[in-house]
Ligand binder design. Sequence first.
Ligand code: AQP
Length: 328
Amino acid sequence: KKRVLSGIQPSGRLTLGNYIGAMKNFVKLQDLHQCYFMVADLHAITVPQEPETLRDLSEANAALFIAAGIDPAKSNVFLQSAVPQHAELGWLLTTLTTMGELERMTQFKDKSNGKESIGAGLFVYPSLMAADILLYNADLVPVGDDQKQHLELTRDLAGRFNSRFGKYFTAPEPYIPEVGARIMSLDDGTKKMSKSSAVPGSFIALLDEPDVIRKKISRATTDSGAEVRYDVVNKPEVSNLMSIYSQCSDMSLEDIRVKYEGKMYGGFKKDLAEVIVATLEPLQNRYYDIRSSGEIRDILAQGAQNASEIATQTLDEVKQRMGFLSSK
Ligand code: AQP
């Protein structure tokens, strides 16, 4: 069995991008491997969060993990902040990371672009992410395409630690879907769909009601052509809608092209909205059941306890190798 770790920040309500890019694979991997899925709340505060909103989103997003099919009997679901070793290993790895490496991160460039004041946490975020993964010596990290560069840094840090302090860390592999690795924003085919976006029409939230989904899809940007054809360079918006369609149904991109050959965008969008609604409705029903049962706190407590067992062992070993005097 391999070990799997991934996390999602509670920086907004989870979107279809998070689901297609990451969570669908969480569900798939849990039957084969030992899985750790965390609500990355320490990462979320790298941009300002309202305390009450953060608390609410942390619980809501954990419940959405379960509603999406993550089974707490198979996977460990926990809050990153509940396992303090994440922050501690994060610091240790920050000291092995160079400024140049962090300056090259495109997510940092995107998120800091145009801001007058940029939190230092946003800058060192990738070292903390490396700690999240290496703490469990994870083999596989199911993520969307935007996280590939951070994973590359994690592999470099694992190698750097190993060469300085003796081989200990496994270099993790990204596990990225073939279709839908980067779901784009509905109002701009060149921008990634993001849960923290201030424009609600740019994303589909997993908890959007059916009529909201229908409206957002009908307003989604397309192009002046009339062909439902996958061509990311020339038809980024239509290609994006086709990826969503494919990931929410059992149809390939080619099946979709054939089905809508000679037809207009209107019918394609109408069907797409229904395909999304049908995917999200059962998830939403489960979500409301989970929230009303109150079971999420117990699931998180158990997950944190299981995660702590491995996290403690790793951190002890790392500190010993790095030369810290044991206080035990
Ligand atoms: N648009 C996307 N398409 C495919 N996968 C995506 N992911 C995010 N957006 C898309 C994947 O979902 C996980 C969420 O990671 P995160 O919460 O650490 O942050 P992120 O990558 O920055 O995602 P968001 O939704 O855009 O959050 P904000 O708005 O807070 O920055 C990752 O596996 C990511 O690849």
